[in-house]
Design a protein around this ligand. Structure first.
Ligand SMILES: Nc1ncnc2c1ncn2[C@@H]1O[C@H](COP(=O)(O)OP(=O)(O)OP(=O)(O)O)[C@@H](O)[C@H]1O
Ligand SMILES: [Mg+2]
Length: 211
């Protein structure tokens, strides 16, 4: 008997929007419903993703200590995504396991769209990454997202600049419009609510793609 393909569900939002919290909650919710669920994140744990994490934390720099080239980083994100898809996402979906990813293509459209200043190119280099069954965008104001991040950790990543976060927020808005236009399924969730309320809204949206 052929197992039915699992669902591919993606959590998106600004740094501090709660994607990690909600991705984990969603996995637990799926498991509680008797489904097999696999939690993953981008950058992935694969070789390219590991390199990206080192670049984001500032441990890995460009030649001569210069900041890493944003276009090269955008290509690494796109490469990591295909590797992530082939090595982890697709095999799970084919085995009937739901995959919940903390970030995917939309993150690149927003973040790399801003850092490269060339959103159409970022869209193009991610053109081979299969669309999720559902993208959940956690809408949180940049100031709220930033406050949460600063309260949570002392670690500072290169993306944590207030003006940068505002630009990414606007880029997310444009990118959301683009993927909706392309026929992808996206649901926006009010991310400033308490964790349980956000989780309930996420579950309600996911229920529709499980039917
Ligand atoms: N709905 C919420 N209300 C209040 N605080 C929240 C909510 N969701 C998450 N938090 C808190 O905000 C912080 C960031 O949450 P989380 O790590 O889930 O966000 P993220 O979007 O994954 O951010 P990051 O950019 O750090 O990966 C954590 O301390 C978390 O406990
Ligand atoms: Mg996170």
């Amino acid at each position: 008997m052929k197992t039915r393909r699992g669902r591919f569900l993606v959590l998106e939002g600004l740094d501090g929007a709660g994607t990690t919290t909600q991705a984990s909650r969603l996995c637990s919710w799926l498991a509680a419903r008797g489904r097999k669920a696999h939690l993953t994140a981008e950058p992935s744990k694969g070789p390219v993703g590991t390199g990206i994490r080192q670049i984001l934390s500032g441990r890995l720099l460009g030649t001569g200590g210069a900041p890493f080239d944003p276009r090269a980083l955008a290509l690494l994100f796109a490469a990591d995504r295909l590797d992530h898809w082939e090595s982890e996402i697709r095999p799970n979906l084919e085995a009937g396991v739901d995959v919940v990813s903390d970030r995917y293509v939309l993150s690149s459209l927003a973040y790399q769209g801003v850092t490269t200043g060339d959103a159409p190119w970022v869209t193009a280099i991610n053109g081979r990454a299969p669309a999720p069954d559902l993208t959940l965008f956690l809408r949180v104001r940049p100031a709220v997202a930033l406050r949460r991040r600063y309260a949570a950790t002392a670690e500072r990543e290169i993306f944590e600049v207030p003006e940068f976060q505002r630009r990414v927020h606007r880029a997310y808005g444009r990118a959301l419009g683009g993927i909706v236009e392309a026929g992808e399924r996206v649901v926006e969730v009010a991310g400033e609510q308490p964790v349980d309320r956000v989780a309930a809204d996420v579950a309600r949206a996911v229920e529709k793609v499980l039917a």
